[in-house]
Design a protein around this ligand. Structure first.
Ligand code: GLU
Length: 479
């Protein structure tokens, strides 16, 4: 059997849509699973205009995602060039070969003539007008320098069929397909043509891409057949939706890999999550490393139905990745977020990391979770009221005063020691420990959600600052 060769063929748009990244991932996983080769090809010919730095976005994304291509513009494997615009010179010759083989023909129709073919909705289906030109006439018009395009010659009747590895049997009546342009009047190929020539010349035998190409694929197969080339296998992938009606797109919020990195997701978690969007592993485990994904990936698990992007689930998964991190690993990825927060250079990030690791799902939660350390002032004292724990503002005030007395000469300012001391106090006061610890936590921080319990917060703040805040809160409650 031939070695499996798959490819990812992005157009350099300047961003990486999550759907494209998933296509890339599946092509990579399929190649790796089968000890094959994964090729990166940049499809930059159909582009309206050049986007500065867009190719770097592709490289950076793949790198961050841990998807390593075996061949590409920066890794020659003998099938280059891997950038379409550097392959320009090759397409016209192949198009001419296809004309000779009857799979395509020259067309000289003017825009005015094409306009007359338009129906009420402005849609025109080309009527094969130029297919009837004689060889001599074509030659004469080419020699005279008349502008032309080259069109695919689709049989007028019959059906074209193939087996898609995901969607099964696909059959399209030839009359539903159009004699699309393969070479434009400027001599450049269209996607329709370039993808066939490139995939063939790069020996791609498994074409994995978005479902929008499912129904065009019979056209591509007709070209493979006309050239006498072996058709590749195809795997088309369903779209990723925001909900039942809408595709995931920038219009409805985030849709690009970069957007989620900016929000504080870890590349590994994003990759893991998108692997599950449209593919189900056989086992129950959903937290899967790249190695595990390669090992478990199989076509049977790929779904034909569109998948719904569930950010809450990705967030949960991201939290699982964070929980599995060491303090050093966490500090490394969290540093930019600490630096953006009020604690910049004022606290030991490692000490904060220990508290945050079990409590944050995405890194962008960090500043709001630590800002209270540096930011403390008037706050809403209704926070102290807690029905279930039977805490009123009065009880909070009484207990805070008792805490203050209990701690004023206490020097062993560690989480453990403070916890023990205050548990003793709760017993002395004959109240529930929550009636001591909750008011203390709020009094020390001024916020409802904190990255740890009262005594952990006290240790972090140190005795002096803790006592200062305790005094402040007591005054606030007295008002
Ligand atoms: N450049 C095309 C795209 O970005 C590639 C389609 C394909 O994989 O054949 O949609």
């Amino acid at each position: 059997m031939d070695k499996v060769r798959t490819r990812f063929a992005p157009s350099p748009t300047g961003f990486m849509h999550i759907g494209n990244l998933r296509t890339c991932l599946y092509a990579y996983l399929y190649a790796k699973k089968n000890d094959g080769t994964f090729v990166l090809r940049i499809e930059d010919t159909d582009q309206e205009r050049y986007v500065e730095g867009a190719v770097d976005v592709i490289y950076n994304t793949l790198k961050k995602a841990g998807i390593n291509h075996d061949e590409g513009p920066d890794k020659d494997g003998g099938y280059g060039p891997y950038i379409q615009s550097e392959r320009k010179s090759l397409y016209l010759d192949y198009a001419k070969e296809l004309v000779d083989k009857g799979g395509a023909y020259y067309c000289f129709c003017t825009k005015e003539r094409l306009d007359t073919l338009k129906d009420g909705n402005g849609v025109a289906k080309y009527d094969k007008h130029c297919l009837s030109l004689s060889k001599e006439e074509v030659k004469a018009r080419l020699d005279a320098g008349e502008p032309y395009v080259i069109r695919q010659n689709i049989p007028a009747s019959g059906v074209s069929e193939y087996e898609d590895m995901v969607f099964g049997h696909i059959s399209v009546p030839n009359e539903d397909m159009e004699d699309n342009i393969l070479i434009k009047s400027d001599g450049m190929p269209t996607y329709n043509f370039a993808n066939v020539v490139d995939d063939h010349l790069m020996a791609i035998n498994y074409v994995i891409r978005g479902v929008e190409y499912l129904s065009s694929t019979p056209k591509y197969n007709l070209m493979y057949d006309a050239f006498g080339w072996e058709r590749p296998h195809y795997m088309h992938l369903s779209p990723i939706m925001k909900d039942a009606q809408r595709k995931l797109s920038k219009r409805y919020g985030d849709a690009n890999f970069e957007d989620f990195l900016d929000k504080g997701y870890l590349p590994k978690a994003i990759v893991n999550y998108i692997a599950l969007l449209g593919w189900s592993p056989k086992g129950n485990d959903e937290k899967l490393s790249m190695e595990q994904l390669v090992e478990q990936f199989d076509v049977d698990g790929i779904s034909k139905s569109p998948s719904i992007f569930d950010e809450a689930k990705m967030r949960w998964l991201n939290g699982e990745y964070i929980k599995a991190m060491s303090v050093d690993e966490f500090v490394e990825v969290a540093k930019p977020y600490f630096d953006k927060s009020k604690v910049k250079d004022k606290y030991d990030y490692r000490a904060l990391a220990k508290l945050l690791i079990p409590r944050v799902e995405i890194l962008s939660e960090i500043p709001e979770k630590v800002n209270f350390l540096e930011e403390f002032g008037e706050y809403d004292t209704t926070m102290f009221e807690h029905k279930k724990m039977k805490i009123t503002k009065e009880i909070a005030l009484t207990n805070l005063k008792a805490i203050k007395d209990e701690l004023k000469d206490f020097e062993n300012w560690t989480d453990e020691a403070l916890k023990e001391r205050l548990s003793g106090l709760a017993e002395k006061l004959a109240c529930k420990s929550g009636q001591v610890f909750l008011p203390l936590r709020l009094a020390l921080t001024g916020v409802a959600s904190t990255p740890g319990g009262a005594t952990e917060m006290a240790e972090l703040l140190g005795k002096q600052e803790s006592m200062r805040r305790l005094d402040f809160s007591i005054e606030l409650l007295r008002k």
